[in-house]
Design a protein. Structure first.
Length: 202
Protein backbone atom coordinates (compact mmCIF):
# COMPACT_ATOMS: atom_id res chain seq x y z
CA UNK A 1 0.00 0.00 0.00
CA UNK A 2 1.09 3.59 -0.45
CA UNK A 3 1.57 5.96 2.45
CA UNK A 4 -1.41 8.14 3.23
CA UNK A 5 0.39 11.20 4.57
CA UNK A 6 2.88 13.21 2.57
CA UNK A 7 6.25 14.00 4.08
CA UNK A 8 6.16 17.64 5.02
CA UNK A 9 8.71 20.18 6.18
CA UNK A 10 8.11 20.73 9.87
CA UNK A 11 9.73 22.24 12.91
CA UNK A 12 13.44 21.56 13.33
CA UNK A 13 15.34 21.81 16.60
CA UNK A 14 19.06 21.55 17.22
CA UNK A 15 20.28 18.88 19.66
CA UNK A 16 23.74 20.45 19.95
CA UNK A 17 25.30 19.94 23.37
CA UNK A 18 22.91 17.18 24.43
CA UNK A 19 24.28 13.78 25.42
CA UNK A 20 20.96 11.91 25.31
CA UNK A 21 17.30 12.53 24.57
CA UNK A 22 14.13 10.73 25.66
CA UNK A 23 10.99 10.40 23.52
CA UNK A 24 7.96 9.56 25.66
CA UNK A 25 4.52 8.56 24.38
CA UNK A 26 1.48 10.21 25.92
CA UNK A 27 -1.91 8.72 24.99
CA UNK A 28 -5.04 10.40 26.32
CA UNK A 29 -8.43 8.98 27.17
CA UNK A 30 -9.82 9.10 23.62
CA UNK A 31 -8.19 5.75 22.76
CA UNK A 32 -10.40 3.77 25.15
CA UNK A 33 -13.45 5.97 24.51
CA UNK A 34 -13.40 5.59 20.73
CA UNK A 35 -12.27 1.97 20.36
CA UNK A 36 -15.29 -0.28 19.88
CA UNK A 37 -13.65 -3.70 19.62
CA UNK A 38 -13.28 -4.26 23.35
CA UNK A 39 -9.69 -5.52 23.13
CA UNK A 40 -6.81 -4.05 25.10
CA UNK A 41 -4.70 -2.35 22.43
CA UNK A 42 -1.52 -0.29 22.59
CA UNK A 43 0.29 2.46 20.76
CA UNK A 44 3.93 1.42 20.33
CA UNK A 45 6.98 3.61 19.79
CA UNK A 46 9.78 2.41 17.50
CA UNK A 47 13.11 3.77 16.25
CA UNK A 48 15.05 2.85 13.11
CA UNK A 49 18.77 3.58 12.64
CA UNK A 50 19.66 4.28 9.00
CA UNK A 51 22.95 4.41 7.12
CA UNK A 52 24.01 6.88 4.40
CA UNK A 53 21.91 4.95 1.84
CA UNK A 54 18.82 5.38 3.99
CA UNK A 55 18.50 1.70 4.91
CA UNK A 56 18.83 -0.43 8.03
CA UNK A 57 22.17 -2.26 8.09
CA UNK A 58 21.26 -4.90 10.70
CA UNK A 59 17.97 -6.08 12.22
CA UNK A 60 19.33 -4.92 15.60
CA UNK A 61 19.22 -1.33 14.26
CA UNK A 62 15.44 -1.48 14.66
CA UNK A 63 14.35 -0.96 18.29
CA UNK A 64 10.81 -1.69 19.50
CA UNK A 65 9.00 -3.51 22.33
CA UNK A 66 10.20 -6.94 21.14
CA UNK A 67 13.83 -5.84 20.71
CA UNK A 68 14.37 -3.23 23.37
CA UNK A 69 18.03 -2.36 22.86
CA UNK A 70 20.23 -1.75 19.82
CA UNK A 71 23.40 -3.81 19.47
CA UNK A 72 25.50 -0.65 19.89
CA UNK A 73 23.72 0.16 23.17
CA UNK A 74 22.80 3.70 22.07
CA UNK A 75 19.04 3.11 21.77
CA UNK A 76 16.83 1.70 24.54
CA UNK A 77 13.08 1.06 24.56
CA UNK A 78 11.65 1.31 28.09
CA UNK A 79 8.33 0.54 29.75
CA UNK A 80 7.58 2.00 33.18
CA UNK A 81 4.67 1.78 35.60
CA UNK A 82 3.57 4.98 37.34
CA UNK A 83 0.47 5.18 39.51
CA UNK A 84 -0.93 2.08 37.85
CA UNK A 85 -0.42 3.44 34.32
CA UNK A 86 2.05 2.04 31.81
CA UNK A 87 4.35 4.53 30.06
CA UNK A 88 6.56 3.90 27.06
CA UNK A 89 9.68 5.77 25.98
CA UNK A 90 12.73 5.47 23.75
CA UNK A 91 16.07 6.83 24.93
CA UNK A 92 18.78 7.84 22.46
CA UNK A 93 22.38 8.35 23.66
CA UNK A 94 23.50 10.56 20.79
CA UNK A 95 27.22 10.30 21.51
CA UNK A 96 27.09 6.50 21.33
CA UNK A 97 25.36 6.23 17.95
CA UNK A 98 27.78 4.54 15.47
CA UNK A 99 29.35 6.79 12.82
CA UNK A 100 27.74 4.65 10.10
CA UNK A 101 24.30 5.84 11.23
CA UNK A 102 23.37 9.06 9.39
CA UNK A 103 19.81 9.45 10.64
CA UNK A 104 17.15 7.85 12.79
CA UNK A 105 13.39 7.63 12.29
CA UNK A 106 11.03 7.72 15.27
CA UNK A 107 7.56 6.32 14.59
CA UNK A 108 4.43 5.10 16.35
CA UNK A 109 2.24 2.15 15.43
CA UNK A 110 -0.88 0.38 16.62
CA UNK A 111 -0.23 -3.06 18.08
CA UNK A 112 -1.98 -5.86 16.11
CA UNK A 113 -3.65 -3.22 13.93
CA UNK A 114 -4.40 -5.51 10.99
CA UNK A 115 -5.96 -8.21 13.18
CA UNK A 116 -8.32 -5.74 14.86
CA UNK A 117 -8.87 -3.27 11.98
CA UNK A 118 -7.35 -0.40 13.94
CA UNK A 119 -6.11 2.95 12.64
CA UNK A 120 -5.05 6.31 14.07
CA UNK A 121 -8.37 7.86 13.10
CA UNK A 122 -9.64 6.17 16.28
CA UNK A 123 -7.34 8.35 18.40
CA UNK A 124 -7.37 12.12 18.76
CA UNK A 125 -4.94 13.00 21.54
CA UNK A 126 -1.68 11.12 21.06
CA UNK A 127 1.45 13.19 21.65
CA UNK A 128 5.16 12.61 22.12
CA UNK A 129 7.31 14.55 24.56
CA UNK A 130 10.95 15.02 23.49
CA UNK A 131 13.20 15.87 26.44
CA UNK A 132 16.84 16.17 27.43
CA UNK A 133 17.32 12.90 29.34
CA UNK A 134 19.77 14.35 31.86
CA UNK A 135 17.98 17.58 32.84
CA UNK A 136 14.49 16.26 31.94
CA UNK A 137 13.83 19.62 30.28
CA UNK A 138 11.17 19.38 27.57
CA UNK A 139 12.51 20.31 24.13
CA UNK A 140 9.42 19.73 22.02
CA UNK A 141 5.93 18.26 22.05
CA UNK A 142 5.01 16.32 18.90
CA UNK A 143 1.26 16.26 18.36
CA UNK A 144 -0.57 13.58 16.39
CA UNK A 145 -1.13 14.70 12.76
CA UNK A 146 -4.78 15.47 12.03
CA UNK A 147 -4.95 14.03 8.51
CA UNK A 148 -4.15 10.44 9.43
CA UNK A 149 -6.73 8.66 7.25
CA UNK A 150 -6.55 4.89 7.79
CA UNK A 151 -2.87 4.86 8.78
CA UNK A 152 -1.89 2.38 11.49
CA UNK A 153 1.75 3.54 11.61
CA UNK A 154 3.12 7.08 11.44
CA UNK A 155 6.69 8.35 11.19
CA UNK A 156 6.80 11.46 13.36
CA UNK A 157 10.41 12.63 13.58
CA UNK A 158 13.80 12.30 11.95
CA UNK A 159 17.01 12.71 13.95
CA UNK A 160 19.89 13.44 11.57
CA UNK A 161 23.60 14.16 11.82
CA UNK A 162 24.75 17.73 11.28
CA UNK A 163 28.55 17.52 11.40
CA UNK A 164 29.45 16.55 14.96
CA UNK A 165 25.96 17.28 16.25
CA UNK A 166 22.35 16.22 15.64
CA UNK A 167 19.04 17.87 14.85
CA UNK A 168 15.45 16.68 15.10
CA UNK A 169 12.89 17.43 12.40
CA UNK A 170 9.16 16.70 12.30
CA UNK A 171 8.23 14.66 9.23
CA UNK A 172 4.66 13.19 9.50
CA UNK A 173 4.31 10.25 7.16
CA UNK A 174 1.64 7.58 7.62
CA UNK A 175 1.16 4.01 6.36
CA UNK A 176 -2.08 2.11 5.86
CA UNK A 177 -0.02 -1.10 5.82
CA UNK A 178 1.19 -0.38 9.33
CA UNK A 179 4.62 -1.10 10.73
CA UNK A 180 5.48 -3.88 8.23
CA UNK A 181 5.03 -1.39 5.38
CA UNK A 182 7.02 1.29 7.20
CA UNK A 183 10.06 -0.90 7.91
CA UNK A 184 10.05 -2.34 4.39
CA UNK A 185 10.65 1.18 3.09
CA UNK A 186 14.01 1.06 4.86
CA UNK A 187 15.07 -2.39 3.68
CA UNK A 188 13.77 -4.54 6.55
CA UNK A 189 11.44 -7.40 5.64
CA UNK A 190 9.03 -9.19 7.95
CA UNK A 191 7.27 -12.56 7.96
CA UNK A 192 4.13 -12.66 10.04
CA UNK A 193 5.58 -9.90 12.19
CA UNK A 194 5.17 -8.12 14.60
CA UNK A 195 5.24 -10.76 17.30
CA UNK A 196 6.47 -9.99 20.80
CA UNK A 197 8.39 -13.20 20.98
CA UNK A 198 10.40 -12.67 17.79
CA UNK A 199 12.22 -9.76 16.21
CA UNK A 200 12.00 -9.14 12.44
CA UNK A 201 14.68 -10.59 10.21
CA UNK A 202 16.14 -9.65 6.83
Amino acid sequence: MTNVLSQVGGKTISLTGLNAIKLSLVVGSSWTERFFGGADQDVDGVLLMLNKQGTIQEPSDFVFYGQNKSACGAITHRMSLEEGEEYESIEVVLGSVPKAVERMIFAVSLHNASDNELHFGMISDLSVCVADKESQKTLLHIEQPKNVGMASAISLAEISRQGDSWELKLIEQGYEGGLPELISQYGLKSKGWPKEESAPVN
